[in-house]
Design a protein around this ligand. Sequence first.
Ligand SMILES: Nc1nc2c(ncn2[C@@H]2O[C@H](COP(=O)(O)OP(=O)(O)OP(=O)(O)O)[C@@H](O)[C@H]2O)c(=O)[nH]1
Ligand SMILES: [Mg+2]
Length: 257
Amino acid sequence: METVAPSFLKALRILCVSVPKGTPCVSIVIPAYRLRGIIHATAEKVSKVLGEHGITHELIIVDDGSDDGTAEDAANTNPDDCCRRLVILSYPRNRGKGFALSVGALHATAPYTAFIDGDGDIRPEQLLLVLPPLIKWDAVLTSKYHPQAKLRATRIRRLLGNTFRLLVKLLTGINIRDTQTGCKAFKTKLLKEAIKKTYIKHYAHDVELLVILRKLGAKIVEVPALQEIRLQAPFKLGSIMKMLLDLLSITYRHSRA
Ligand SMILES: Nc1nc2c(ncn2[C@@H]2O[C@H](COP(=O)(O)OP(=O)(O)OP(=O)(O)O)[C@@H](O)[C@H]2O)c(=O)[nH]1
Ligand SMILES: [Mg+2]
């Protein structure tokens, strides 16, 4: 298991020192769908890792219309002392991960915002890797296809991943190895500006957001995934078709705008 280099931790301290007193340094947006019994533990682990490094933060958990008591479970979160605000947002109908992230990001009050999946699959230490480059960059993405990242994937998942990456590049011009991994960081002001222009609500929202950020002149960088990422489960044909349609609609919409 990789650890975070001291130079990253130093950069992270510098990043947070410049934030005015009373304002949290980072808003953490955590999307959650049917995560009862899991979401409070994920949020606590995230808060603890940030607290260990003295990073003031707010947690924004977005329950994406779950029907299993996810929001109630989120309310049981017991955050670290460095957490300045715990916000739980919930709405009755399931709208998709992209929608949940957008709602959460629009509630951010810190100058930097990070996304991390609520299912606990991504180690919270990954946040210590995506936040420091914000000193220089506007958006930082976790990449499981980065040369320094470890990936264990079935052949079919690898093939699907490569095909998706090629399609994204051909259709949108975005040359990013991994648009999909659920841990990313942004300058909040630019993120909010971009999010207001998105309309895809599901997984292709990640691609649309990057297309818009690029148009706004954002500098985007990828950092390696700290942990070995396992891609095993095959996608359903219906999900692949939906993703493809969303990609085409992003291309149509944003190449004309
Ligand atoms: N599946 C799903 N997840 C959602 C939705 N809305 C928010 N999420 C959250 O988005 C995050 C990522 O969703 P996952 O289904 O785990 O996607 P993934 O990590 O790419 O796929 P897996 O490899 O299956 O874990 C999780 O924290 C979910 O709880 C939704 O409508 N569907
Ligand atoms: Mg997951």
